[in-house]
Design a protein around this ligand. Structure first.
Ligand code: SF4
Length: 349
């Protein structure tokens, strides 16, 4: 396991040295999960959120956003598409709400999905909740939960969140998810204004020390209708630097954590539209989450500007993904739920 100062040096690699790092990560990825990529069908079922994260396009203070919540039929149509097309799992993602109507509805939806599609893995990504709610959602049948911490530097965390968000609570929520029995995922934004390589090295050590099963992270991208986006608009050069750093983060995550699932985030594709996700896979990622929700509302779920795929239909996305993965010697693991080996190992230790 590299020391902290070595991690920082590896993160700083550029050019051929960076490519060497990513090739080493790809070798580990292929040794652990093969030349295969798991698909999760993403359904962004509501953009209503009680939080005001300073970087996020759907923060509650952004009055320009048209708020929506998909009805059950719309959600189940996305799940049906995923099941019919061999996706091993679905991800139900939304803004954060703690009211009973919301938490009851999520529990009920999970039960319906698991009843109709028992082989399909169900991941939730609905923010911070009490351990009681997490236990309920897990009992309803949800398998996995994604809750990004965004930065493990508490000062930076508080700088990019509204005052209601607390670093300690986010960390506690990750512990609670694990206690509730979930396969637990987290991740960070890479290239947040003010973030250092030392911060990112601590993020990697956090992933390892928290014994996480899944990692989802990508480059920070500004949204023009947010306080952070207005204070720090992106330049093309910065975006390219963040992409390279994100690929090094993926590679180091694979080399340090080995048997976890790592997502090649859509934000990679936002910076490199032609091959961003492929480059993520070639740096050691093994999961892609194409949007299978209906296209009408995707433009209302923009966490950052120029998010790709907002007008692409789910079938076209799957076909182009299959082709682009074949080009780099990878194939889609159809009809496999893709439980991270790390989860299987840690729960049978
Ligand atoms: S990042 Fe998540 S919790 Fe924060 S405002 Fe956006 S949707 Fe809400």
């Amino acid at each position: 396991m590299p020391r902290h100062d070595e991690i920082t040096q590896l993160l700083a690699r550029q050019g051929d040295a960076a490519e060497e790092l990513r090739r080493a990560a790809l070798r580990v990825k292929r040794e652990i999960v093969g030349a295969r990529v798991f698909l999760r069908g993403l359904i962004e079922f509501s953009n209503v959120c009680r939080c005001d994260c300073l970087y996020c396009g759907i923060r509650k203070s952004n009055a320009k956003v048209t708020r929506y919540t998909l009805d059950d039929d719309e959600i189940l149509a996305g799940v049906q598409f995923a099941a019919d097309h061999g996706y091993g799992a679905v991800v139900l993602q939304s803004g954060e709400r703690n009211d009973d109507a919301f938490t009851d509805r999520v529990a009920r939806l999970v039960e319906v999905i698991k009843h109709r599609f028992p082989a399909l893995g169900v991941t939730l990504s609905c923010g911070e909740e009490s351990i009681g709610v997490y236990r309920r959602w897990r009992a309803a049948g949800a398998d996995r939960y994604l809750l990004r911490i965004e930065s493990t530097n508490p000062v930076l965390f508080h700088k990019i969140h509204d005052t209601a968000s607390r670093y300690e609570l986010r960390k506690q929520a990750l512990d609670d998810l694990r206690s509730a029995g979930f396969t637990v995922g987290s991740g960070v934004m890479i290239g947040i204004p003010g973030q250092t390589l030392d911060d990112l090295a601590h993020d990697l050590e956090f992933f390892r020390d928290m014994d996480l099963d899944m990692i989802g992270m990508g480059p920070y991208l500004a949204h023009g209708d947010t306080p952070m986006g207005q204070a720090h608009p992106d330049t093309g050069k910065e975006k390219c630097q963040r992409l390279e750093l994100a690929l090094n983060m993926i590679a180091l995550t694979r080399l340090m954590l080995r048997d976890v699932n790592i997502a090649a985030a859509t934000s990679l594709q936002a910076i490199a539209p032609l091959d961003g996700r492929q480059r993520g896979i070639l740096a050691g990622a093994n999961v892609i989450m194409p949007n299978v929700g209906e296209t009408a509302h995707r433009k209302d779920y923009l966490l950052y500007d120029h998010k790709p795929g907002t007008d692409e239909n789910a079938d076209a996305t799957r076909q182009s993904l299959e082709k682009s993965l074949r080009e780099i010697g990878e194939e889609i693991a159809y009809f496999e739920s893709g439980t991270p080996l790390h989860y299987t190992r840690r729960t049978t230790r």
